[in-house]
Design a protein around this ligand. Structure first.
Ligand code: BGC
Length: 777
């Protein structure tokens, strides 16, 4: 196996040493014509050989990414030119129509595309690249964050917030492995995922893309994603590059607005926002993407402190940077830290940027900057070596094309569907149950299913295209599979939450009055193909967290009929559903559960599957409680608010089951340890109910007193365990020196002696935790 695929040892960055060795090696005796095309040669050699043949234009071209031809055509049709500059979802180049981009590809001055959404187009583009002077294949990128969901016919897994809810890193690794396979089958090689942002503002529309609010959990799930995408196979045609993003803090923008400034202390940056990125570098991530926003007054795309000093030098990231969508240009027209695009290009390259997303301006700008001596050609070489290295290591020179028929047969196959179902089962959280679930058909025979998210594809979440209806099990489809046991009625609303018909609400209420029970499916809509109507997802930020449209009215009026009501939430951000929590007897948080989501919801409602998901974010009551997260400081709750309830609606780590678990006998392997040593914490967990289930056991750590303020508790371990009724299991966690470390007042990472409390239980809420104390001497 090439060292390229060993975590933390990516050789895509040629070291000066290997470059020196190469010039002296006897292989130079071989015909230069064959070296870079010879798969038997080491990557370093192939890169060096190829680089030696390339013109400046060909090199700079490798740094440039363009949207796909079909994407350009449809965008030019759908979006007026004056809007395209601002668009985050559509792209075309007024002076560079698809025919010109095709010609440039043949000329070998384009290195990469994104949003090439079908294998035929991918093959077509690779064919053009093959005709270029050196025949360098294209690297094709896509944002495949929960399956390759933008591509029609792919398996759509739960969005990352729902994946994190399962607290199961093996599952996330497997989802990512399958995603890589579906990507390669359709001609794609670089996934702009994982999103490692730590979600701390529910108003921000992209919370669903994250693994939640806890840096430790985000780091583990992010590393699992990277491993699944990059390292799951020895066969290079079955893996893709991951991309850790967005560096950093896009998840805590001022007022929750995507791209607005990220303004936190250095302490918060180091304690909360950077650790997942460091985990990604440790996991060997091959690419990284800066964030739209600024940090400390400097746009992240030109932030040398972040990109170079911290990530590249301190952590030794040896992959390459890819910019986010037009964000380099935005340093000129939005951030106003560059007088023109060329100044922005210069700034970003000086900070360490290697590849531009997207369009021709960067190409011409960089050529001008190199020719005028403002950027050295050696600097360009460094980026191009890494990009070419990746193309070799992914086997693109040998396998640029895909079998289009085989691809179609492979997507959404049985195994992948099964994983999507398992992920949905594990990622659904039972928030409340006054005893009506699991649903007893003998008691509740006549069941009404209604609500705008019951019947359409909102459950696929953001970064999904419209999928064939036959590939999507909606909640209605899922419940309808039990039509032999239930007498079902459906009242539909269409997909548009903003345009719910009041007459349909009346109709739903009439139907409810004749039913024994209602299942009302409400929440958010992240469908990006309804860009202007969606309420959640990219660039759909909100200043309030209540239900949009007539959804609240629908729930309240159905409840007022007096029939038991189950609310199912389908949403990509926490929703402040206080009234529902107070009044509705059963509430299910399904997040955006993907292709098989409706079946998973139905199987949980019917009791065929015992719910086990736990919240990876704290749910606030309303936007006024932002920020609400579990790892707050001791003074954060000094006083209660003068009105209303100050506690969150649901705590981090919370989630119910149809069975009950008892935690007992928390023990530590030592009561007193030396700094730099570990100890073991253990607990017995017993299934005290009548149904088999899976429990997520959580371990938190608190430093009781330190020279700087510390969080009241921090997650430091979790384990998902299966228990039959009556079964007990001893669960062990290791508390490592790293777990006990802090950034002191001088910003040194160290362990301060003192008392620590280990808390173990089923959620982060104090009432749920069993504790034991130890001292670092
Ligand atoms: C998003 C990125 C994404 C890119 C390409 C941008 O709008 O911010 O996260 O990778 O689009 O899809």
């Amino acid at each position: 196996m090439s060292s390229f695929r060993r975590p933390g040892h990516s050789p895509i960055l040629l070291s000066a040493l290997s470059a020196l060795l190469l010039t002296a090696m006897p292989v130079m005796a071989l015909s230069r014509d064959t070296i870079y095309k010879d798969p038997a040669r080491p990557t370093e050699e192939r890169v060096r050989d190829l680089m030696g043949r390339m013109t400046l234009e060909e090199k700079v071209g490798q740094m440039c990414q363009y949207v796909g031809l079909e994407h350009m055509r449809s965008s030019a049709y759908e979006v007026p030119p004056e809007e395209i500059k601002k668009s985050h979802s559509k792209g075309f180049y007024a002076d560079f129509p698809p025919e010109v981009i095709e010609r440039m590809t043949e000329e070998g001055i384009i290195g990469s595309f994104l949003h090439v959404l079908n294998p035929e187009e991918a093959n077509h583009l690779q064919g053009l690249a093959a005709r270029s002077r050196l025949g360098i294949p294209l690297l094709i990128g896509i944002y495949a964050i929960h399956g390759n969901a933008l591509v029609e016919g792919s398996t759509v897994y739960p969005t990352p917030i729902g994946q994190a809810t399962a607290f199961d890193a093996d599952l996330v690794r497997e989802i990512s492995r399958q995603t890589a396979l579906e990507m390669r089958a359709t001609g794609m090689h670089l996934s702009f995922t994982p999103n490692l942002e730590v979600a701390r503002d529910a108003r921000w529309g992209r919370v669903g893309e994250t693994f939640g609010e806890d840096p430790y959990l985000v780091g583990i799930m992010g590393a699992a994603t990277i491993e699944g995408l990059q390292f799951s196979s020895e066969d290079v045609t079955r893996i893709v590059s991951a991309c850790a993003k967005h560096l950093v803090g896009g998840s805590q923008p001022v007022n929750g607005i995507n791209g607005a400034p990220f303004d936190v202390s250095e302490r918060t940056l180091r304690e909360v926002f950077l650790p997942p990125f460091q985990e990604a570098v440790k996991a060997g991530v091959w690419t990284m993407m800066p964030a739209h926003n600024e940090y400390n007054g400097v746009p992240c795309h030109a932030n040398r402190y972040l990109m170079d000093e911290v990530v590249r030098k301190r952590w030794r990231f040896d992959g390459y940077y890819v910019s986010d969508w037009m964000d380099i240009e935005r340093m000129h027209d939005y951030h106003r830290t560059a007088r023109d695009n060329n100044e922005a290009f210069l700034q970003t390259v000086e900070a360490g940027m290697d590849m531009h997303m997207h369009g021709p301006d960067f190409y011409y700008g960089i050529l001008e900057l190199v020719r005028s001596g403002r950027i050295a050609e050696e600097r360009i070489d460094r980026s191009v070596e890494m990009i070419l290295g990746m193309k070799f290591e992914l086997g693109l020179f040998e396998n640029p094309y895909v079998d289009t028929d085989a691809a179609r047969g492979f997507l959404f196959n049985d195994q992948h569907r099964q994983t999507a179902l398992e992920a949905a089962h594990k990622g659904i959280v039972l928030l409340k149950n006054d005893g009506i679930l699991p649903l007893d058909p003998a008691k509740y025979r006549k069941v009404l299913v209604t609500g705008p998210n019951a019947t359409d594809q909102a459950l696929l979440g953001d970064w999904s295209g419209r999928q064939p209806d036959g590939n999507v099990v909606t909640v209605w489809d899922g419940i309808n599979a039990y039509a032999d046991r239930l007498d079902l009625a459906l009242c539909e609303f269409g997909w548009n939450l903003r345009a719910m018909d009041p007459a349909q609400v009346d109709h739903a209420v009439e139907l409810a009055a004749e039913s024994d029970l209602a299942i009302v499916v409400v929440g958010e809509n992240s469908m990006r193909y309804h860009w202007k109507e969606k309420t959640c997802g990219e660039n759909s930020d909100r200043y309030d967290l209540s239900l949009v449209g007539l959804q609240q009215q629908l729930v309240e009026r159905i409840h007022a009929t007096g029939i038991p009501t189950v609310v199912v939430l389908i949403n990509g951000r926490p929703l402040g559903t206080e009234w529902i929590a107070d009044n509705i007897p059963a509430v299910i948080e399904a997040w955006e559960p993907g292709s098989m989501g409706g079946r998973a919801v139905a199987e949980i409602v019917m009791g065929e599957v015992n719910p086990s998901g736990k919240l990876p974010v704290t749910i606030p009551r309303h936007a006024g409680q932002i920020q609400t997260y579990y790892n707050y400081r001791f003074t954060s709750k000094w006083f209660d608010y003068a009105t209303g309830d100050s506690a969150p609606l649901y705590e981090f780590g919370y989630g119910l089951s149809y069975t009950t678990y008892e935690y007992s006998d928390v023990e530590l392997s030592a009561r007193s340890i030396l700094p730099g040593t570990s100890l073991t914490a253990s607990v017995t967990v017993t299934n005290t109910g009548t149904m088999a289930g899976e429990e997520i056991v959580q371990m938190y750590l608190t430093q009781e007193c330190a020279s700087v303020t510390r969080p009241v508790k921090e997650l430091r371990g979790f384990r998902r365990i299966a228990l039959s009724p009556g079964e007990s299991r001893r669960v062990e966690f290791t508390v490592t020196p790293d777990d006990m470390s802090l950034w002191n007042a001088d910003m040194l990472y160290t362990i301060e002696p003192g008392d620590f409390t280990v808390s173990i239980g089923p959620s982060s809420h104090d009432r749920d935790l069993r504790q034991a104390r130890f001292t670092v001497r």
